[in-house]
Design a protein around this ligand. Structure first.
Ligand code: AHZ
Length: 298
């Protein structure tokens, strides 16, 4: 668990310890005498605040801002993050990233992914049960936790959770960023006199906010209300087979500077509801990353 240096001990997690602390690490199973290294409360505060504020400074101008951290947004971020030169910010209104992919459907655990989208799971080394035309991950949370942990370890990705996108920045007909606020503030605008938002510039915005709901489809709804698209056709009733192919087909840069991915597209293009199969979300996310990269090159 630990290696001794001349002045201190470095644990496997890279923490330098000395004296009594070293003893407690060496005897880490001696829980009754377990002793943490001392810390000042202000140190904790400074570590959190400076890192967050530095991230806000760094990502104030991002290459790509992804709105919504559901299965489509996550898959898009994963694909984009392979290019280490890109600065990718993910904005998720919920405290817990993942959207609908913590469960397979209703309250059931297993996640069904139709072939050939199983290749995406292979890339992430997520195990599954193999069936003829589809695969089954034993718990959707296994997908979500694996992709999240691998993604968040990448140095060019920052997740801002508990943060809502309230609006878009648009310049000369091109989407150029997002307007954000703490979600708790967004939900309380009607109870407070004025709480202005923050802004983040982006070369490309990817909107993956899901189908209509309390916050869903917010990207395309805003495009409609400012006249950048004519209308949202509205999601049709469920047809699993048609829906998955449609969502991948419709994934694109909808207006200059804004790519749409996942079930938000069903509201825009009038595609059928998907139901509990996730392959299209993974591949739509991947395709959205390609569309974002193409937009960045223009
Ligand atoms: O919290 C939302 C969720 O995590 C987040 N979100 C929505 N509006 C936002 C906003 N600012 C920040 N204004 C926002 N975050 O977006 C995420 C959307 O994830 P999702 O899982 O709802 O959508 P998805 O398109 O990634 O996956 C859809 C999965 C579904 S729904 C469905 C059905 O109903 O039939 N079938 C499938 C496979």
């Amino acid at each position: 668990m630990s290696a001794t240096t001349t002045t201190a001990t470095v644990t496997s997690a890279g923490h330098r310890l000395g004296g009594d602390e070293y003893k407690s690490v060496r005897n880490y199973r001696d829980f009754d005498n377990y002793k943490f290294a001392p810390i000042r409360e202000s140190q904790v505060s400074r570590e959190m605040v400076t890192r967050y504020m530095n991230d806000m400074l760094h990502y104030a101008e991002s290459d790509v801002v992804i709105v919504g951290c559901g299965s489509a947004g996550l898959s898009c971020a994963w694909e984009l993050s392979k290019d280490a030169s890109l600065k990718i910010a993910i904005i998720e209104q919920s405290v817990s990233p993942g959207g609908g992919c913590w469960l397979g459907g209703q309250l059931f655990s297993a996640m069904v992914v139709r072939k050939p989208a199983d290749k995406f799971l292979d890339e992430l080394e997520i195990p599954y049960d193999e069936k003829e035309n589809y695969v089954v991950v034993k718990h959707a949370a296994l997908f979500t936790s694996t992709i999240l942990s691998k993604l968040l370890m990448r140095p060019n990705v920052k997740l801002f959770n508990a943060t809502a996108v309230e609006d878009l920045i648009v310049k000369n007909g091109k989407v150029a960023g997002v307007v954000t606020n703490w979600t708790l503030v967004t939900l309380n605008h009607n109870t407070q006199s004025c709480m202005d938002p923050n802004v983040m510039e982006a070369k490309v915005v990817v909107s993956g906010t899901g189908h209509d709901g309390p916050m869903g489809a917010s990207g395309v709804k805003r495009l409609e209300s400012i006249g950048l698209i004519k209308e949202n056709k509205g999601m049709l009733s469920l047809d699993m087979n048609a829906a998955e192919d449609d969502i991948v087909k419709y994934t694109r840069e909808v207006v200059p500077g804004m790519v749409v991915t996942g079930m938000e597209l069903a509201e825009l293009d009038g595609a059928p509801r998907m139901g509990p199969t996730f392959g299209a979300m993974l591949i739509s996310g991947q395709k959205a990353a390609y569309a974002a990269r193409a937009s960045l090159k223009r």
